[in-house]
Design a binder for this molecule. Structure first.
Ligand code: NAD
Length: 504
């Protein structure tokens, strides 16, 4: 992206003297300086959004939907620019950027399609038929705060911002400093599609400062990020009694069944583990294989992992891109060193690829990670997968569930048996013969975590309705009045008993 185009996007932010340099992870060079916003600026953006939201809420849902149809077309038209920006800011490979962009584009048409159905007034069954009638309206909460991490800036923007907007809200979105350009470009396309600019404001700055200013002033907060930060957001939101959805971390297991094809299982495991260089909440981090085939599986997955192409390219020639910066690389190498020093063995990869770029790391397979290693329980969020053996299936299920997280899981093997195992896994999604994409790519399928992996769900109708309040409207009607005095029950009680019996 040219210097002029970058400056045009940044011009949407206040020109503050306080800036942070944003680096291209693939080559370590500075892209631009990003101004940082103050609490007062965030608060005034929220106040302006509140004013704009009043008119927007009155716009018929069908009209709002048309704008998302237009946005869908613009996203398709500008797919190449979106891919370039995603790669520039995250360092991920073209193929992984493409998967992300596809999800973002699909979300626009999905919400355009379902919004009229789920947001229109609906009749409910009244408690006292004939005498009363009841309806439910789904009204917007007001101003929604959306806090987005750097790893999937486009998809996570669209999956949260679009349902919030179409439900009649205004949005204040905190982009991560590393990936603000992608978010600003997505907003630019939304404005081109006809969405009023004041309804979607992007703010940037220190995570805690800006994040707190958002949670303290909006009517709902949708947070995506680490479990540690998610807890802080939830505590702050609880104090104000505002709703929040939390999409947090994972330590996602994959179980290979006895009857699985070993080659296929190894291929599914690497696709599940190394997407966006493993910096994906639903990535596979642990693989459990029957002891009987462990060596054969390890040889297969090691061979396939070593054959992955790692590097920079704006086409589909590279399987894996860069990690998204110094901190990510250091964190991941720390996990590997710690595991090796406590008895684990690296069977593939395990090398920093400095000649390729400052933060490239070879996809890595590790085994014999024991309970003393930090990565045994903690989320690594990098291109490393741990392969361990199991003696019987119950043990594998127990090990898979032995985590505070519960975001995603996977089972590889004969479908029927795999589905039975899936029923026993404690995770918000379970993918059969696939790492994460079967559920992740489905807009209709709720996405979210059990246990410390979060609260609430994005995608599906629930992903839209979380940004609304259900407002019940009841009407008493007809010549016969509802009782107001005790003696009225002489007449009403027999009628009501009859109705209650019919509910049996
Ligand atoms: P993070 O929690 O450090 O930051 C996430 C976002 O929160 C950033 O925009 C950050 O600036 C902001 N933030 C930081 N402190 C804050 C505070 N006190 N209040 C409010 N906001 C604050 O997470 P990260 O390291 O950037 O992202 C990686 C994590 O996100 C991983 O754990 C990953 O699993 C998780 N994640 C989850 C999902 C999901 O859908 N479940 C998707 C992507 C990433």
């Amino acid at each position: 992206m040219s210097e002029t185009s970058i400056q045009a996007l940044v011009a949407h932010l206040p020109a503050n003297p306080d800036t942070v340099p944003v680096m291209n992870p693939a080559n370590g060079k500075k892209i631009y300086d990003l101004p940082q916003m103050s609490v007062a600026q965030v608060e005034s953006a929220i106040a302006a959004a509140r004013v704009a939201q009043r008119d927007w809420a009155k716009t018929p849902v069908a009209e709002r939907s048309k704008l998302l149809v237009e946005l869908h077309a613009l996203l398709l038209e500008d797919e190449t620019k979106l891919l370039d920006l995603l790669q520039l800011e995250t360092g991920k490979s073209r193929a992984h950027a493409f998967e992300e962009t596809a999800g973002a584009i699909a979300s626009a048409s999905y919400y355009a399609r379902i919004a009229p159905k789920y947001l229109s007034r609906r009749k409910t069954k009244p408690g006292v038929p004939v005498l009363t009638r009841t309806y439910v309206d789904q009204v917007p909460v007001g101003v929604v705060g959306i806090i987005t991490p750097w790893n999937y800036p486009l998809a996570l923007t669209m999956l949260d911002v679009l349902p919030a907007l179409i439900a009649g809200n205004a949005v204040i979105q905190k982009a991560d400093n590393q990936t603000a350009l992608t978010v600003l470009f997505a907003r630019h396309l939304a404005i081109e599609a006809g969405i009023p600019a004041e309804l979607w404001t992007v703010v940037v700055g220190d995570g805690e400062t800006v994040g707190n200013a958002i949670t303290d002033n909006v009517d709902y907060v949708a947070f995506t990020g680490s479990t540690a930060t998610g807890r802080k957001v939830a505590e702050r939101a609880a104090r104000r009694l505002i709703g929040c959805s939390l999409e947090l971390g994972g330590k996602n297991p994959l179980i290979v069944l006895e009857g699985a094809n070993i080659k296929r299982a190894a291929e599914i495991a690497i696709a599940g583990a190394f997407g966006s260089a493993g910096q994906l909440c639903v990535s596979i981090e642990r693989v459990y294989v029957p002891n009987r085939i462990k060596d054969e599986f390890l040889a297969e997955i090691a061979k396939r992992t070593e054959s992955l192409t790692v590097g920079r390219s704006n086409d589909f020639s590279m399987d894996i891109g860069s990690l998204t910066g110094y901190n990510q690389l250091q964190r991941m190498m720390g996990f590997i060193d710690d595991a090796v020093s406590t008895g684990a063995t690296v069977v593939a990869g395990g090398k920093q690829l400095t000649e390729t770029g400052p933060y490239f790391y070879s996809p890595t397979v590790i085994t014999n990670v024991n309970q003393n290693a930090r990565m045994y329980r903690q989320e690594v969020f990098g291109p490393v997968v741990d392969v361990e053996g199991y003696e019987d299936l119950d043990d594998a299920i127990k090990m898979a569930n032995d985590t505070d997280y519960g975001l995603n899981a996977s089972v590889v093997g004969p479908e029927r048996e795999a589905i039975k195992v899936a029923e026993k896994l404690n995770a918000g999604s379970v993918n059969i013969n696939e790492g994460f994409r079967a559920t992740f790519a489905s807009m209709e399928t709720p996405m979210g975590g059990f246990k410390s992996s979060g609260q609430g769900r994005r995608n599906g109708p629930g992903g839209l309705l979380r940004f609304t309040e259900a407002k019940a409207i009841g009407v008493a009607r007809g010549a016969i009045k509802l009782p107001s005095r005790a003696k009225d029950y002489n007449r009403m009680a027999p009628l009501m008993r009859m109705m209650l019996k019919r509910l049996k």
